[in-house]
Ligand binder design. Structure first.
Ligand code: SF4
Length: 514
């Protein structure tokens, strides 16, 4: 299927992978791989791994690729837009999420308006991410976007679109686009939206992707401000797409990588990626696969880390589920250099874990954390409040359990957030069906306020989140932290973590900022 005429420029087309500046008094946007968008005051920044694969592969194919993360570069909107207009890219890929989609629509209008005044500027703008995967047609009616990529393999789709436009390659399923004869008027946004069929992921074999070009993608911009690193510089990778569980009803990535599509890079490719990072001087890696691969893959990877001597050179972190591994496997991870391990506790009520399809057992948390600690790992917990069915006593149970896990030295850090129903998720569909939704203004989906009805008031939710953060800081926990100091890196990390911990509290003010 050829949806557009193949026109110059050819292989030297200029491609921007852009994160335009987004300013708010609520903080900095924590976008990209973040499964739940937040404006944050912590300064944390996250390396967008999948777009980085896309950028690296496109460069290898001879395209002129520009990594344009204005959020990481702290550029003002004026400076960023001026630079973009001066460079006149042919393709601009923008990753968006629900709470910032309206801003991206306005930005696309601004860019298109500027490009319409420059005769020789052939420009196409492409939106990608979980929001547009859920609602691909919406953006065409709100702004003059040219293409929407659905599904989570942006890298493969970016390559395919560029090759389609400039080399005549067949367009893969998963694209939405305008019929070209009808796009002359910027006002007539919604005319003739076509698509290339429902997105498909399983034919994308990850090993065909190159090792990420970290220089091209300015890896150092992301190497220090992230509490997932104790040792810096740090960097991200993603060996799996995305989560072998893939069922949690609230998880925005279940829309982009639905259950049954989990794939991994081979162990060799992953180890080669680790080696490249070691050669760059990286001291700690966080792998952001939704849940890190388990079973034989995990064991082969750990043995590979040890055989290649990487366990002595770098620390490793990942996301894991309770109840997925045994003591032997945790011990192997400890030997292979794993340090940080992030678990979604979400709630300590079995009813909630069942309703959100997390389906872990409440008692598994303690068992798993005991094994991880025994293996020398430093577990981090993520907890959510504001479930439409949870009363104060239920939320209090989670708070009490979290406190007891920290008091008993089974967790080292945590993050507490409010549950949000994102478009496309099973939770959003349930919330619509049960009339739980309080707002359909996407700006409100930024975790600063409840978007679903709850037995708890806004104030109660804020207090619970604040209490979760403060409640884990028991004297016993603090004494244990001080005793555990072994090096300068430990002191630096504790200081950074404590500072960011306090800043994090500002992300949940008692009265929401609009
Ligand atoms: S375990 Fe659940 S929340 Fe975590 S990545 Fe997988 S589906 Fe998403």
């Amino acid at each position: 299927m050829n949806t557009t005429k193949k026109t110059a420029p050819t292989s030297a087309a200029k491609i921007f992978i852009s994160y335009p500046p987004l300013s708010s008094q609520k903080g900095k946007p924590f976008l990209s791989q973040n499964r739940q968008f937040q404006w944050t005051n912590t300064g944390n920044i996250i390396y967008p791994v999948i777009p980085a694969y896309g950028a690296s592969a496109l460069k290898k194919l001879g395209y002129d690729v520009y990594w344009d993360d204005a959020i990481a570069k702290n550029l003002t909107y004026k400076v960023w837009l001026k630079n973009l207009i001066t460079k006149k890219p042919n393709l601009v890929f923008i990753e968006s999420k629900t709470p910032v989609i309206k801003r991206h629509w306005q930005i696309i209008k601004d860019i298109k308006k500027a490009s319409s005044k420059i005769v020789d500027w052939r420009l196409k703008i492409i939106l990608m991410g979980d929001h547009v995967t859920a609602l691909p047609k919406e953006s065409f009616s709100m702004c003059p976007v040219d293409y929407v990529i659905t599904g989570g393999d942006y890298d493969f789709m970016m390559i395919n679109l560029a090759n389609h436009l400039y080399k005549g390659e067949k367009l893969e399923p998963g694209f939405y686009y305008r019929s070209h004869s009808k796009t002359k008027s910027l006002l007539n946004y919604s005319s003739n939206i076509l698509n290339s069929g429902p997105f498909a992921l399983k034919h994308h074999h990850l090993d065909v992707l190159p090792i990420i070009d970290r220089q091209l993608t300015n890896w150092e911009l992301y190497a220090y401000e992230n509490t997932n690193y104790k040792y810096t510089p740090g960097s991200y990778m993603m060996t799996g797409r995305d989560c072998w569980w893939g069922k949690c009803t609230f998880c925005s990535w279940t829309t982009t990588h639905p259950f049954g599509t989990f794939r991994t890079f081979s162990v060799k490719h992953t180890l080669d990626e680790v080696e490249n990072l070691i050669n760059l001087g990286v001291k700690e890696i966080f792998d952001d696969s939704g849940t890190f691969p388990v079973g034989k893959w995990l064991e082969d990877f750990c043995n590979g880390m040890i055989d290649r001597g990487f366990h002595k050179k770098i620390k490793f972190g990942c996301n894991m589920r309770f109840g997925a591994l045994n003591q032997e496997q945790y011990n192997l991870m400890g030997k292979a250099g794993f340090r940080f391990i992030l678990y979604g506790l979400e709630s300590s009520n079995q009813n909630t874990l069942n309703r959100i399809a997390k389906l872990t057992k409440t008692e598994d948390a303690r068992k798993t954390l005991t094994m991880a600690k025994k293996a020398g790992l430093e577990p981090h917990l993520t907890i959510m409040i504001g479930y439409p069915w949870e009363k104060m006593s239920d939320a209090q149970k989670t708070l009490d359990e979290a406190k007891s896990l920290f008091r008993d030295g089974l967790a080292d850090s945590m993050q507490a957030t409010r549950i949000i129903a994102y478009p496309g998720t099973p939770l959003f569909a349930e919330a619509k069906r049960k009339k739980w939704l309080l707002t359909d203004d996407w700006d409100d989906y930024d975790m600063r306020q409840a978007v679903m009805k709850s037995p708890l008031t806004h104030q109660q939710q804020e207090e619970l989140i604040q209490n979760l953060f403060k409640g884990v800081l028991t004297p016993k926990f603090l004494i244990r932290k001080v005793i555990s100091i072994r090096s300068l890196a430990d002191i630096k990390y504790l200081y950074t973590y404590a500072t960011k911990f306090l800043k994090k509290l500002q992300d949940f003010p008692k009265n929401p900022i609009h």
